[in-house]
Design a protein around this ligand. Structure first.
Ligand SMILES: [Zn+2]
Length: 181
């Protein structure tokens, strides 16, 4: 037990050393940040959601840039805290999180993996491109079950700001779509 403890101390010591040598890659940081999920969609990580917009190493601290999906998103503080906790858990003590609005988030920032996760979760992924002004996109959302577009918009405002409710005429079931923004 004692040996194990000292081993992990040594390990975290090495981590700090690696960090100061800037050997920890951005990719590694991103892969750790995949552990932080959207509080409303537990299958979707903040990375796949496109909310993590920057990772940089500054001296001995890691600086994370986050762009909220919606201005004033109430979950933002919680997500910010989780980002810090996850990196702390991986031995990175000095983390600063900066909320950035310089480039607004859009649903096009959701990664291919994120779109797949949404679909498996039963949420229609947002249509890509800048076609969201076209009402047809909202009125004929693609059903995540059968991929058909024989669907009707039931309510543009679902349980949260970012979802709309649709009904699939083929599956005879309702589904939600992650709204394109
Ligand atoms: Zn269907």
């Amino acid at each position: 037990m004692i040996q194990r403890q000292s081993g992990s101390e040594l390990y975290s010591g090495i981590r700090v050393l690696l960090l100061t040598m800037q050997i920890i890659s951005k990719e590694k940081i991103y892969s750790w940040l995949e552990e932080v999920k959207d509080p409303e969609i537990p299958v979707l990580s903040l990375v796949d959601l496109g909310v993590i917009t920057g990772v940089s190493l500054e001296n001995e601290s890691i600086r994370i840039e986050m762009t909220p999906t919606f201005v004033g998103c109430p979950a933002m503080d919680m997500m910010k805290q989780e980002v810090i906790e996850v990196l702390n858990k991986h031995g990175i003590e000095n983390v600063s999180v900066n909320i950035s609005f310089k480039e607004p988030w859009s649903s096009d920032k959701i990664s291919a993996k994120g779109r797949q996760a949404l679909k498996q979760f039963g949420l229609a992924p947002p249509p890509s491109g800048n076609l969201f002004t076209d009402i047809d996109i909202l009125e004929h959302a693609q059903c995540p079950r059968c991929n058909g577009s024989n669907t009707d918009l039931k309510n543009p405002f679902g349980p949260t700001l970012c979802r709309s409710i649709h009904y699939c005429n083929d599956c005879k079931e309702a589904f939600e779509q992650f709204k394109p923004v």
